[in-house]
Design a binder for this molecule. Structure first.
Ligand code: PLP
Length: 385
C-alpha cells in the first residue's frame, strides 16, 4: 500500500483514457435518452452513434455500415459461429486453432456437444501456425474458419490475410479475433479480405461492456439475440450509447497514436524481457520473437510456480498474470503453452507481462528491481522439480 500501481496486465484490460472518459460522460449525465425514441431527446443520439461507428470503422479500414456494436468480444465471437452455422445449414464443420481465447474455445466445445465437428489447428513450439494444416482441414462441409490475429498470452501473431485468402478460394467464411491488436498493430479488413472480425473496447483504453463485430457488406447475417431491431436489425438490445461513444473515441486515439505507440511499447517490453533473461537464471521466452505484438512478453521461470510470484508481485503493487487459468482451486496449466509443447511444469511457472499506453520506464525498473529476489526466495523456500 502507498506505492504507485505498476500495471503490466494490459492484455487483460486497460485503464480508461481521460479523453475517452470525457467523451462518454455527457451521455451518462445529460444525454441519457434512448436512441430508438421518436422524440428528439432520444433520436438525436443516432448522430453520435453514427460518429462512433465511423470511428471504429476507420480503425479497421471498414465502412461504418459494416460495424455492429455488441456487449463484448465474447458475444461477437459467439455471434459469428452461430451465424455461420445458421446461414449455411448444410455445413456442420468449423475450424479454429488450439490456442484461441476461451471465448472461442468454449463456444466450439458447446458446438461440439451439438454435433458440430471442430478442427483445432496445432501450433509449433514457437506458437506459429502452419497454413498447410488449414488447407488440409478445409472441406465442402466447413462453415467457418476462425483464426485469431494475435495471441493474448504470448503475443504471437498469425498470418490472417493469407489464411483468409485460402478460405475465400474454398468459399469458406473467415473470422479473426483481433481483440489484442488495436493500438499495437495495424488493422485492415479490406486488404486482408476477412468476412468477420471481433473487437473489445476495454482492451484499448475504453470501458468494459462494449464490443464490436465487423461483418463484411454482403455477407449473410442472422442476429444472435432475439429482440428489438437495433443495429439495423443485426443486434437486439437498447444501445449502450456512452459505451459506443467511448469505443469510438478510443478507436480514434488508437489509430492516431499507433505509429508512436508501437516503438514505445516495443522498447519497454524488450528492455523488460532482456533484463529478466539476463538477471534471473533459468528463464526462457515462451513464443517466437516475431511476428509478435510489441507489448507482450511471456516468460517461463524454472523451478518456481507462477502463483507464488504473482502473490509476491501483488504485495509489491505489481500486476501481471500467469499463463495458467485459476479455476476454483485447481491450477490448470495454460492451454496455449501446452499446445506449444511446453511441459506442464514450465507452463505453471510462466508469467505474462503486457504493456499499455500509460506504462513508463519506471515500471520496467520496478520489476527488474523486485522480481530477481522474489524468484530466488521462492526457489529456496519451495523448490519445484
Ligand atoms: N479474445 C481475446 C484474444 C481476448 O484477449 C479476450 C479478452 O481477454 C476476449 C476475446 C474476450 O473479450 P471480452 O472480454 O470483450 O469478452
Amino acid at each position: 500500500m502507498g506505492q504507485p500501481l505498476c500495471y503490466l496486465d494490459n492484455n487483460a484490460t486497460t485503464q480508461v483514457a481521460p479523453e475517452v472518459l470525457e467523451a462518454m460522460l455527457p451521455f451518462l449525465r445529460e444525454r441519457w435518452g434512448n436512441p430508438s425514441s421518436a422524440y428528439l431527446f432520444g433520436h438525436q443520439l443516432m448522430a453520435d452513434l453514427d460518429r462512433a461507428r465511423g470511428q471504429v470503422a476507420a480503425l479497421l479500414n471498414a465502412d461504418a455500415s459494416e460495424i455492429i456494436f455488441t456487449s463484448c468480444a465474447t458475444e461477437s465471437i459467439n455471434t459469428v459461429f452461430h451465424n455461420a452455422l445458421l446461414t449455411q445449414p448444410g455445413r456442420r464443420h468449423v475450424i479454429t486453432t488450439a490456442v484461441e481465447h476461451s471465448a472461442t474455445m468454449k463456444c466450439c466445445a458447446q458446438l461440439e456437444q451439438r454435433g458440430v465437428r471442430v478442427t483445432y489447428l496445432p501450433v509449433d513450439s514457437g506458437g506459429a501456425l502452419d497454413l498447410a494444416r488449414l488447407d488440409e482441414a478445409l472441406t465442402d462441409e466447413t462453415a467457418l474458419a476462425s483464426i485469431m490475429l494475435a495471441n493474448n498470452e504470448t503475443g504471437v501473431m498469425f498470418p490472417v490475410a493469407e489464411a483468409a485468402r485460402r478460405c475465400r478460394e474454398r468459399q469458406v467464411l473467415f473470422h479473426t479475433d483481433a481483440v489484442q491488436a488495436p493500438g499495437k498493430a495495424p488493422l485492415d479488413v479490406r486488404s486482408w479480405g476477412v468476412d468477420f472480425l471481433s473487437l473489445s473496447a476495454h482492451k484499448l483504453h475504453a470501458p468494459k461492456g462494449i464490443g464490436a463485430l465487423f461483418a463484411r457488406r454482403g455477407v449473410k447475417f442472422q442476429p444472435y439475440l432475439a429482440g428489438g431491431g437495433q443495429e439495423r436489425g443485426r443486434r437486439a438490445g437498447t444501445e449502450n450509447v456512452a459505451g459506443m461513444v467511448a469505443f469510438g473515441r478510443a478507436a480514434e486515439l488508437a489509430r492516431e497514436e499507433l505509429a508512436r505507440d508501437i516503438p514505445r511499447l516495443r522498447a519497454l517490453r524488450d528492455r523488460l524481457e532482456a533484463g529478466i533473461l539476463e538477471r534471473i537464471p533459468g528463464t526462457v521466452r515462451n513464443g517466437a520473437l516475431e511476428p509478435r505484438l510489441p507489448n507482450t512478453a511471456n516468460l517461463a521461470f524454472s523451478g518456481v510456480e507462477a502463483e507464488g510470484m504473482l502473490l509476491l508481485l501483488d504485495q509489491a503493487g505489481i500486476c501481471v498474470s500467469s499463463g495458467s487459468a485459476c479455476t476454483t482451486g485447481s491450477l490448470d496449466p495454460s492451454h496455449v503453452l501446452i499446445a506449444m509443447g511446453c511441459a506442464a511444469a514450465r507452463a505453471r511457472g510462466s508469467l505474462r507481462f503486457s504493456f499499455g499506453r500509460y506504462n513508463r520506464e519506471a515500471d520496467v525498473d520496478r520489476v527488474l528491481e523486485k522480481l530477481p529476489g522474489m524468484v530466488e526466495r521462492l526457489r529456496e523456500l519451495a523448490p519445484v522439480d
